[in-house]
Design a protein around this ligand. Structure first.
Ligand code: SF4
Length: 422
């Protein structure tokens, strides 16, 4: 979500006539986009803010802005701690910075749209629903990003059309809980309906979506993924823990069996689907037995990828008020390493199954004749390529595999050229 916000702000800055520079000391405007999902992320932002202070002293008219989830209830404290920051912006609220820059450059911000187009990205993110209503006990997001608010399908289709005109080939529809899209809109609209609307955008090649919640991933959404050509067969379905008592304390709203039923339903409906998940290790009260149940579910589902995080207490969450953060750091760390090792073995084995298969890959970049792209089910694929392939879907025969990526060769250059020409 932060990456999407940064892309949107970048686009707005480009339209105001600003371009990217490599380093902050050559920038006129420095924006830090903050994440607070874990304490370490927040600490890193504070470290960066402190480190960048001399840049403001050396050039006082350089604009400093802090955006993202750190800005909110504690903004007054931030003002006091970092008086050299000119602008504080809540997530998706870019106006204060856009107003300041328009004023300094003496331009009309409405009139400047389209002055300078950003270099189009091939794959980009579009937030479709902001906030979250779930209030999982470990999570700070609902307090920082607010309650769920869906954007209208019409607005989203127009945005998708505009992005395609600027060269975008793949759109990832984003939400903290993307499956609950539409419940707050008039009419009976859900993510499956939105898939259909976006699928009809001409020249868009692929649609992805992040992040799902098992309770809101309905049959209609699953059927829509299976039916629609542009929607890629990859689902990130966070489980967070494999033990019912930990799931209960996390207030996730499902049991281990209900989660497994959902996985079965997905696999029966979408052949060849790839699955990833998020897991928190060392949540309050997690016993050895609880952790074994997490390992057990990882072994039985065999996810393609697991995003694991060690639990850290976030002040302001329900867990920080209700539970003791009682798992010692060394235990958390050894559980984390055990889980990562297990998953590395599973990812290696799953990816070995891709050997000699031909995958459709959307080429995202080519550097020094090495091309990189992703398959429909979200595997990173490396192969030899040329600049003109960027943005095209090419067929690559997989000849080498590893836990995190695949390597191969383009099957037919003729096919590639014909796609470029078309
Ligand atoms: S569903 Fe996700 S974003 Fe919402 S509270 Fe739970 S973990 Fe946080």
């Amino acid at each position: 979500m932060n990456q999407a916000d940064s892309e949107r702000l970048e686009s707005a800055m480009n339209q105001l006539g600003l371009t990217n520079v490599e380093k902050p000391d050559s920038a006129d405007v420095v924006v830090l986009n903050s994440c607070v999902v874990r304490q370490s992320a927040e600490d890193r932002v504070i470290g960066n803010l402190t480190r960048l202070a001399p840049l403001k002293r050396s050039k006082p008219d350089r604009v400093f802005a802090l955006m993202g989830c750190m800005v909110g209830p504690k903004t007054d404290e931030l003002h006091k701690a970092f008086p050299y920051v000119d602008v504080f912006m809540r997530p998706q609220e870019f106006d204060p910075l856009i107003d300041l820059i328009s004023e300094r450059k003496n331009i009309d911000k409405e009139g400047c749209i389209g002055i300078l187009e950003a270099k189009p990205a091939i794959a980009t993110h579009v937030p479709i629903i902001h906030g979250c209503d779930k209030f999982c006990t470990f999570c700070i997001i609902p307090y920082r990003r607010g309650r769920e608010k869906s954007r209208s399908p019409g607005e989203l289709v127009r945005e998708a059309e505009m992005l395609v005109k600027r060269g975008v080939k793949e759109i990832t529809l984003l939400g903290q809980n993307v499956d609950s899209y539409g419940h707050d809109l008039e009419g009976d609209i859900d993510l499956g309906d939105l898939f259909r609307d976006i699928d009809s955008v001409e020249r868009l090649k692929r649609i992805r979506f992040l992040t799902s919640h098992p309770n809101d991933m309905s049959k209609h959404i699953i059927d829509s993924i299976a039916e629609l050509d542009k929607v890629c067969e990859h689902i990130n379905l966070p489980i967070q823990a494999g033990s019912d008592s930990v799931l209960y304390n996390m207030r996730r709203g499902y049991t281990r069996d209900q989660y497994l039923d959902k996985i079965d339903q997905i696999r029966q409906t979408i052949p060849n689907v790839s699955l990833s998940t998020d897991v928190i290790v060392g949540f309050c009260g997690e016993s050895d037995k609880d952790f074994d149940e997490t390992l057990d579910i990882i072994k039985s589902v065999r996810f393609d990828k697991v995003h694991a995080a060690v639990y850290s207490n976030r002040p302001g969450t329900i867990a920080s008020r209700k539970f003791d953060n009682d798992i010692p750091d060394d235990v958390k760390k050894s559980r984390f390493v055990e889980l990562e090792n297990l998953q590395k073995k599973i990812s290696t084995e799953i990816n070995e199954g891709y050997l000699n298969r031909v995958e459709q890959v959307l080429v995202e970049e080519v550097k020094n004749n090495r091309a990189k792209g992703r398959s429909r089910n979200d595997k990173i694929v490396h192969f030899e390529g040329v600049e003109s392939m960027v943005g095209e879907i090419v067929e690559v025969k997989i000849e080498k595999t590893g836990p995190w990526s695949l390597q191969g060769n383009i099957v037919s250059r003729v096919k590639v050229l014909s796609q470029v020409e078309s």
